[in-house]
Design a protein around this ligand. Structure first.
Ligand code: APR
Length: 385
């Protein structure tokens, strides 16, 4: 088995296969330290945490990660608290930045004797429509290498090469631009008490803890803005206005980046012996925090399907791998879009107008007045099977 890409998807799959006694080789284009430092997502939902528990990796991956409690939704400076795990029937998610997930999965895999080959360039797939695909690459020293295998897992993210190895007429892509922009800012500034979503006429903003002394912020921006349109003083001024907190403590900004609010889905996620996993098959906007969780759910589904095929001779789960994952992918795409409309339309009404603002505020209110609506929202936040 060859796994291309050592992000959350590839490393989860690699660990689950090793737990099952199946050998794999992980090929990663970047260095180990680069992969370990990349900061992106920050929440492992309940479903993802339960994957690591089920496979006996909870101690290695989840140790010390705080459970979620409530989220704050602040509308025009007025706080409202929403008990996500309580309303999801006690299903707790974990606050665990992606780089810790990756570091821990790398340690578990390499310490357990796993075969990780970093700095692998020119990864190319051959014969994925046959029984014995071959993957060629150039190693760190520049030498040509080849690995032959039974299956290839494409875990190389949205810009990877594995998806491009599928014939163009073998799949359909769905691509959608949500028509809004975000900028994300990481700062050494005190974490909020609870993950915070803020709605106001100034536009949407959010502040999430990244450990006790750091915060990640998201701010809605016009899609045409560049990072240079957001000097530090504008970031802090807008955050104070949007969070309704003139005393919001600032801190050194360590990262500032535009977030493209785009969705993308490939159907089917499999071709011959190649199966796509995570961002290689789908990207989702960050609202709702499902990107990394979708990647982990795919990895779990593929690991189980491969175990059934290779150890028990039962290929049914492998044949339905794509359908299984796409059902969840579309469910989460809808959830993310639903939440995004609610949080954006309820604020700056110059974009979608006053009628949509009132609809979005009704949707928000319903979370606090209808137990059924609250339970559905909390259940989606916790993640579904
Ligand atoms: N050859 C080998 N490795 C590659 C290649 C290639 N041609 N192209 C990309 N890679 C590697 C990248 O360097 C990266 O380490 O594949 C890995 C892909 O990792 P991610 O982009 O993190 O994708 P995934 O594992 O699916 O995780 C998806 O994590 O980063 C978040 O926003 C993302 O939340 C989403 C989730």
């Amino acid at each position: 088995m060859v796994i291309v890409g050592a992000g959350p998807a590839g490393l989860t799959l690699a660990n689950l296969l090793r737990r099952s006694g199946l050998n794999c080789v992980v090929l990663e284009k970047q260095s180990r330290s680069y992969v370990e430092r990349r900061q992106r997502a920050g929440i492992l939902d309940h479903h993802s945490a339960s994957i690591f528990e089920e496979w006996g990796l909870a101690d290695q991956v989840l140790a010390g990660a705080p459970s979620d409690t409530v989220i704050e939704i602040r509308v025009d400076g007025v706080p409202r608290y929403f008990d996500v795990p309580g309303l999801a029937g006690g299903k707790h998610s974990r606050l665990l930045p992606q780089q810790f997930v990756v570091q821990r999965l790398l340690d578990a895999y390499v310490d357990g004797g796993g075969d990780l080959r970093t700095d692998a360039s020119d990864v190319t797939l051959h014969g994925i429509d046959g029984d014995r695909p071959v993957v060629t690459y150039r190693d760190a020293a520049g030498a040509e290498r080849r690995v032959s295998c039974e299956y290839v897992a494409g875990c190389d993210g949205h810009h990877g090469v594995t998806r491009q190895s599928m014939p163009k007429d073998a799949f359909t892509t769905y691509s959608y631009d949500h028509g809004i922009g975000w900028i994300t800012v990481l700062a050494d500034a005190p974490a909020p008490r609870y993950p915070l979503f803020a709605v106001s006429q100034h536009g949407f903003a959010a502040q999430f803890p990244r450990g006790p002394r750091a915060s990640r912020y998201y701010l809605q921006r016009p899609p045409s803005d560049a990072v240079t349109d957001w000097p530090d003083h504008r970031v802090w001024k807008q955050l104070r206005a949007r969070l309704g907190d003139p005393d919001l403590p600032a801190g050194p900004i360590t990262e500032k980046a535009l977030v493209e609010m785009r969705s993308f889905v490939v159907d089917p996620m499999s071709y011959g012996r190649l199966h796509l996993v995570g961002d290689a098959a789908h990207i989702i906007t960050p609202m709702g925090g499902k990107g990394m969780n979708l990647a982990l759910a795919d990895a779990d589904a593929l690991a189980k399907a491969l175990v059934a095929a290779l150890k028990d001779g039962d290929g049914a789960a492998l044949r339905s791998y794509s359908a299984t994952c796409l059902r969840r992918t579309w469910d989460y795409q809808e959830f993310s879009r639903w939440m995004q409309e609610m949080m954006h339309d309820a604020g700056d009404d110059t974009v979608t107008g006053p009628f949509r603002r009132e609809l979005a505020r009704a949707r928000l209110d319903r979370l606090f007045t209808s137990p059924a609506a609250a339970t559905l929202f909390a259940t989606m936040m916790a993640g579904t099977n």
